[in-house]
Design a protein around this ligand. Structure first.
Ligand SMILES: [Zn+2]
Length: 183
């Protein structure tokens, strides 16, 4: 595969190709330099200075900030430790009535309010729609992607991150803290 130039990557990011193509490009181990170019472009585009470690979604980045790894929106809004599902810190608009669901899906695609709710996760900082999930009622928010950053850097990029961080899903621990605060 040909090397990706920084301008090519910028074009990809600007939507010439869809986001999955960009992710494929990043996943291919053949030209690891493209990952650093990608981070360079992102760093030029965001209004803050924290080092980007990994893009999580088109809108959310994992960044290094004061010895911690936190999720941050392009606008600067922070979502805390990346090992905790960022959805816990987002605004959520839940569509769980038939009328609200029908505004999105109609006809053959219609969802049944008895079974499904649509959750729209919105950034409190900039109002961007970050994610939409269609899930059974009562289902906890889906934690789509918890990357093992240390392994990714060591085995894919061939370098270590300056700090170490235990790789674990801390979402339930945070929820447990919230519940004990209410007692
Ligand atoms: Zn934002």
């Amino acid at each position: 595969m040909a090397e990706f130039h920084k301008e090519d990557i910028a074009r990809l990011m600007d939507g010439v190709l869809p986001w999955p193509a960009v992710q494929d490009m990043l996943k291919s181990p053949k030209d690891l330099d493209r990952f650093d170019k990608y981070l360079e472009i992102m760093a030029e585009r965001v209004p803050w200075d924290d080092t980007i470690l990994l893009p999580l979604t088109p809108q959310l980045m994992i960044v290094a900030r004061k010895g911690e790894r936190v999720v941050k929106c392009l606008c600067g809004q922070e979502y805390g430790d990346y090992r905790v599902n960022w959805k816990l810190s987002a605004l959520v608009h839940v569509r769980d009535s038939q009328q609200a669901l029908d505004e999105i899906y109609r006809g053959r695609d219609a969802l049944d309010e008895a079974w499904v709710q649509l959750r729209e996760y919105i950034c409190p900082g900039c109002g961007s729609m970050l994610e939409v999930e269609a899930v059974p009622r009562g289902c906890p928010p889906d934690f789509e992607f918890l990357p093992d950053l240390d392994t990714f850097y060591r085995e894919w990029l061939g370098r270590e991150l300056p700090d170490k961080c235990e790789y674990e899903d801390r979402t339930l621990a945070v929820v447990a803290e919230w519940s004990s605060e209410g007692e």
